[in-house]
Ligand binder design. Structure first.
Ligand code: NAI
Ligand code: 15L
Length: 265
């Protein structure tokens, strides 16, 4: 049996990283972690520092086959901060990958890159390459990250899967989440599919589970071997009982579409 690709996970200490890393290890990937700080007991495979620091990033990349880039600001924030961490940090990482020959990147984009997109009136599924319509500086930083990834795929030969993640939490938090949820187990399945050596070039996929109420397309993910197994429907009764009648459910970005620009939420 051949070894699975070894991985660097940036942002490994965040809400998603803490759930994803052990699942990747259990699936057979060797995983190194990079974050500003780590939980106790993170071990020797934990590199401490910023994705904006080229020396830190180069050290963290040594010997890995692929990068899962989660590290950064994950909600609305001040312009200078999203620009530095999410845009410049992504460039530092991609530039180092290209120079060091780490040829595969999974980029944690977000639904908020297209947050202002309405639910298609004809009932069709929204494609994973829907044009950028960011709902926030944060969402804009993800469109910039996607675009940088594509530049490095097409000009530097990196293989990149850009994942427009919906809502990756233990369970969906609201009615919108019944459509946008991705389980941690499905997130692991998506990463393992994306780093497979057979997946080459540039891809944009949605990061959601096989939710009964989904309206974002799974076709692009399935084309790279991502076959989600979970469905938020098991949470529906409880979520609907607690529903807020004013919740924004027919725009991709939900409540982000109504929040003030640049104000941390
Ligand atoms: P989080 O905010 O819980 O974790 C982000 C992690 O990145 C933190 O551990 C933080 O310390 C680290 N980080 C921040 N700046 C850094 C820097 N300069 N250098 C290195 N590490 C840095 O966010 P979460 O939920 O874990 O999300 C992970 C990624 O997935 C983020 O990029 C987020 O934008 C994206 N995403 C997550 C979604 C979700 O539902 N959890 C939905 C859409 C996108
Ligand atoms: C995101 O991009 C955020 O990082 C996450 O915290 C959630 O707000 C998610 O989108 C969502 O839209 O549910």
């Amino acid at each position: 049996m051949t070894d699975l690709p070894s991985l660097l996970v940036t942002g490994s200490a965040g809400g998603l990283g803490r759930e994803l890393v052990p699942r990747l290890r259990a699936a057979g990937h060797r995983v190194r972690c990079l974050d500003l700080q780590h939980p106790e007991g993170a071990g020797a495979e934990a590199v401490t520092g910023s994705v904006t620091d080229p020396q830190v990033v180069e050290a963290a990349l040594a010997g890995v086959d692929a990068v899962v880039h989660l590290g950064g600001i994950s909600r609305e924030a001040a312009w200078a901060d999203v620009l530095d961490t999410n845009v410049h940090g992504t460039w530092v990482l991609l530039d180092a990958c290209a120079r060091l020959g780490v040829g595969k990147v999974v980029f944690a984009s977000s639904n908020h890159a297209v947050g202002l997109t309405p639910r298609p009136a004809d009932g069709s599924a929204l494609p994973a390459d829907a044009e950028p319509r960011p709902d926030s500086y944060y969402g804009w930083s993800k469109t910039a990250g996607e675009s940088l990834c594509r530049l490095f795929a097409e000009r530097a030969g990196l293989d990149v899967v850009s994942v427009r993640i919906g809502s990756c939490f233990e369970r969906p938090g609201d009615v919108r989440g019944l459509a946008t949820w991705m389980s941690y187990d499905d997130c692991r399945r998506l990463v393992s599919a994306a780093v497979d050596p057979a997946v080459t070039g540039w891809h944009s996929v949605w990061g959601i589970s096989r939710n009964t109420r989904r309206w974002w397309s799974l076709a692009e993910g399935e084309a790279i071997g991502y076959h989600p197994q979970d469905d938020s429907e098991r949470f529906a009764e409880q979520v609907l009982a607690d529903a807020d009648p004013d919740e924004v459910v027919d725009l991709v970005g939900g409540s982000f579409t109504a929040n003030a620009l640049g104000r941390p939420n």
